[in-house]
Design a protein around this ligand. Structure first.
Ligand code: PEP
Ligand code: MG
Length: 874
């Protein structure tokens, strides 16, 4: 097996073997772009490294030296040569990009001799000594495990003694002193001299980069992005070029289109006299690309041409790292750019319109889960805001929350239900778990290509970076702004679309879709074959759903129509009723309201199907909380209000009678409609009356009724009889009729297994995958996550949360059986799914492949569902 590839031996398609970075460097070399020469050690060498107890097999070592030798020949330099030394960078890169999560070592090959050669060669003492100083620091902390702050502290001390602010102001003598101090630190901490043999440096560095695959931040990043652990990282060795050689050198990162807005313009940042890591780490805030254009117009023009070339070649927006060494341009990396959801959509649609990709591909490029930020509210433009600062707009969207100053606190506060804004001077990859727990991220330093910005965009977290007028005081845990001092726990709002930082909470407005987003959603209709309905409970939601492109209502949960505080007591009264008389009385109060809502929903969905579920009250969701009730009773007693005491006591008794140990599987669903048929009767009447009344107005209505939580065909038969009888009564009173199909809501395994018999009494089948997941696993959907499911997921007992990602093996198989059974005697039986899974792309693809006819989502997720449905059909 070949473990080492020179750049010219690889290409972009070898991503899995060479990692994305290695494969793209190979591709760029082949394109004839100015890429410093190098080679890549494969991901398979990394896997072998782990298989063999974290050692690099001598065979692989030999291949590495062999490639190194070739590199020496191409570069005309020699590794460790005292007058013409080769220096290299050692960089990680897996097949899925994990920005900043693994380690990188620059300037490798420096030692006490080669540094002197570097001085002579570049005629720049400061540069040479600073490179050596940085190398000792990087190598020792990453490879030898020396605490990096020991070096940082000494650097600070020397700067103080020299009375300078910037590293670049230190004299060569200061740097020489530092090198000596650094070497002493290494001796003291490791018991060995700093390694002088470049080949030894190289092998140990490669091992360390392999080893960084399992560092905590990389492991965490993989977990949240669902990147498998076993794939490993490749390591790329590349000849160094120097951006820190003086005023005509520098380093930059540029995007071929704007990563926040998607605007088609070169967008990037540049830092003169710096090395690549300086930008990524956000230690200095870089300047916009125009500075390069002004100072080195030819170099800039060359870069611009290359950037266009790369975007065309890869047919996607590129994020390009480059270095200018004394006006000479070198490209060090290109990759598909991480971007905000908004930018992603604009870019996909623009590229389809430009003819670079087709519409199918444009749709495929939009992750249905990643558009959530676009559905978020934004700051009301008319609101009066107390803007306390402005930074760079790094990741769009607005977020309000309490200030926290470190990742641990962010996690802690998030766990207790707080919305938090993580405020840092700059973020490091170690902060990733804190960023994940935060509603927004604010940094006082760093540019829009800094770590914080890249990760925030990737996660869809609103972010403002480089807010330089702010100072973070970590000791006092305070944020000093120009006008106020804020403490941890104070509330701020950040607007990642404009870079504003605002004191306190602010009024928000609902989202407005960009033109490109509307276009993309239009395009979904050209491809998708499943209908996308919405699950709505009010006329307002129905209107919203229609605006979002819903093709009808797939589920109206009638019990949820009563959740507002005015209506809820009436539902409670109905549930608590001791006899039919009391129940009818409560119903008579409820139904007019419900009928009114049906009118509204039918109207909003004129011309479209509206499926209404007969009442399904899991009792525990609707009854007063017993301890709250006990408290109220106590208060009434203290107040001496006998009437109230009596009422509360009666209520308490009734609740005790109705109390169920397992309410999810209790007296709910069609069991209610069978034991108290008057409830379903009255609801059916309201549905039919509302429909007929609108029909009279000339509005097209297509009502459908669905029966929840059926486990046996006899239940379905019984309810169907009740519903049909009632419909006939209404039709004869109204002297008109309307077709109202009656379907079954399948949420229980038994119903799946016997769907053939049930289908005899059902005009269509809808699967409720929330309850079906609950009943298939026997996991309570209310408690599982907090109790054991989180543990299961953390410890890989289960790969995914089945309430979010449809479990295809078990729940999916049940659905498959039910469809087979159901269509045995009714080959054209329509089936669909309601439940939380209907906007999740893998689940939707699975449902498409089962031959599902429709899915139904809440209005806010209709766009995701439409995209997922189109992708499933492409
Ligand atoms: C379901 O169980 O999947 C469903 C849609 O119904 P509900 O969430 O109302 O129980
Ligand atoms: Mg259900």
């Amino acid at each position: 097996e070949k473990y080492v590839y020179l750049f010219h031996e690889g290409n972009a398609s070898m991503n899995e073997l060479l990692g994305r970075k290695g494969a793209n460097l190979a591709e760029m070399s082949a394109l004839g772009l100015p890429v410093p020469p190098g080679f890549t050690i494969t991901t398979s060498a990394c896997r072998r490294f782990y298989d063999e107890g974290k050692t690099i097999h001598p065979d692989i070592g030999r291949d590495i030296y062999h490639a190194l030798h070739t590199l020496e020949e191409t570069s005309g330099k020699r590794f460790g040569h005292p007058s013409n030394p080769l220096l290299v960078s050692v960089r990680s890169g897996s097949s899925t990009s994990m920005p900043g999560m693994m380690d990188t070592i620059l300037n490798l090959g420096l030692n006490d001799y080669t540094v002197t050669a570097l001085v002579k060669h570049k005629e720049n003492k400061h540069f040479a000594y600073d490179s050596y100083r940085r190398f000792i620091q990087m190598f020792s902390s990453i490879v030898l495990g020396v605490d990096e702050s020991l070096f940082e502290d000494e650097l600070e001390k020397v700067k103080q003694q020299a009375n300078v602010e910037q590293d670049s102001q230190l004299t060569p003598d200061h740097l020489l002193d530092l090198i000596l101090i650094y070497k002493e630190i290494v001796m003291k901490e490791t018991g060995h001299k700093f390694p002088q043999d470049p080949k030894q440096q190289l092998l140990t560095a490669i091992g360390a980069v392999f080893d960084s695959w399992y560092n905590p931040r990389a492991t965490f990043y993989r977990r949240i992005h669902k990147i498998p652990d076993h794939i490993g990282t490749a390591v790329t060795i590349q000849q160094m070029v120097f951006g820190n050689l003086g005023p005509n050198s520098g380093t930059g990162i540029a995007f071929t289109r704007h990563p926040s807005t998607g605007e088609n313009e070169l967008f990037g940042e540049f830092m003169f006299n710096a090395q690549g890591e300086d930008i990524v780490a956000g230690i200095r805030t870089p300047q916009p690309m125009t500075v390069l254009k002004e100072r080195l117009p030819e170099t800039f023009a060359q870069f611009d041409t290359i950037a266009c070339h790369l975007e065309k070649h890869y047919r996607d927006v590129q994020d390009i790292e480059f270095t200018v060494e004394e006006s000479e341009l070198y490209v060090l990396q290109t990759r598909s750019a991480k971007r905000t959801a908004e930018a992603n959509i604009k870019i996909a649609v623009d590229m389809a319109n430009e003819g670079v990709i087709d519409r199918e591909e444009a749709i495929m490029r939009v992750d249905p889960a990643a558009i959530a930020p676009l559905m978020q509210h934004t700051i009301d433009p008319a609101a009066e805001l107390n803007v306390i600062g402005k930074g760079l707009d790094a990741s769009s969207g607005a977020a309000t929350g309490i200030i926290v100053f470190d990742a641990e606190e962010a996690e802690r506060q998030h766990r207790t239900g707080h919305s938090v804004i993580l405020v840092r001077q700059e973020t490091t990859p170690e902060d990733i778990h804190g960023i994940l727990a935060s509603a927004g991220v604010l940094t006082t330093r760093g540019g829009v290509t800094s770590h914080a910005a890249v990760v925030a965009r990737d996660l869809g977290t609103p972010s403002v970076v480089g807010c330089e007028s702010f100072k973070v005081d970590m000791e006092q845990r305070e944020l000093h702004t120009d006008t106020v001092i804020l403490k941890e726990g104070d509330v701020i709002t950040i607007c990642g679309s404009t870079g504003r930082v605002i004191l306190g909470e602010v009024p928000l407005v609902p989202p407005k879709f960009s033109r490109e987003f509307c276009t993309l959603l239009e395009w979904t209709n050209e491809f998708k074959t499943m209908r996308v309905y919405s699950s709505v409970n009010t006329p307002q939601e129905a209107e919203l759903a229609r605006k979002m492109g819903a093709e009808g209502v797939g589920l109206c949960r009638t019990e949820l129509m009563f959740m507002d505080p005015e209506r809820l007591p009436r539902v409670t009264r109905m549930i608590l009723a001791r006899n039919q008389f009391e129940r009818r009385k409560a119903l008579n109060e409820l139904i007019p309201m419900q009928k009114y809502d049906f009118h509204g929903i039918f109207r909003a969905m004129a011309g479209k199907q509206v499926t209404i579920r007969l009442i399904d009250p899991p009792l525990h969701e609707f009854l007063p909380n017993p301890s709250a009730l006990a408290l109220e009773l106590e208060r009434a007693r203290v107040a001496g209000d006998n009437e109230l005491v009596e009422e509360k006591e009666a209520l308490q008794q009734r609740i005790e009678i109705l109390h169920e140990l397992n309410p999810s599987f209790g007296h709910r669903g069609c069991r209610i409609g069978i034991t108290y048929p008057e409830i379903y009767e009255v609801q059916t009447r309201a549905i039919a009356e509302a429909a007929l009344e609108l029909k009279m107005e000339g509005i097209e209505v297509y009502p459908r009724i669905i029966v929840p939580l059926v486990s046996d065909w006899r239940e379905m038969k019984k309810v169907r009889e009740t519903v049909e009888e009632t419909l006939q009564q209404v039709f004869s009173i109204y002297r008109d009729r309307i077709d109202i199909p009656i379907g079954v809501f399948i949420e229980l395994p038994r119903a799946c297994m016997t769907a053939d018999k049930i289908a005899e009494y059902a005009d269509f089948i809808t699967f409720g995958t929330n309850d079906l997941t609950q009943s298939a696993y026997g996991f309570s959907r209310d408690d599982a996550e907090g109790k054991y499911l989180a543990y299961y997921l953390d410890n890989n007992i289960l790969p995914e949360n089945p309430f979010v990602y449809l479990d295809t093996e078990g729940v999916g198989r049940l659905i498959e059986i039910a469809i087979e059974q159901g269509r045995k005697n009714k080959p054209n039986l329509k089936t669909g799914v309601c439940g939380e899974h209907t906007s999740e792309k893998d689940s939707v693809l699975f449902l498409q492949n089962l031959g599902m006819n429709f899915i139904s989502s809440v209005p806010q997720r209709i766009p995701s569902a439409r995209i997922a449905a189109a992708q499933a059909a492409i």
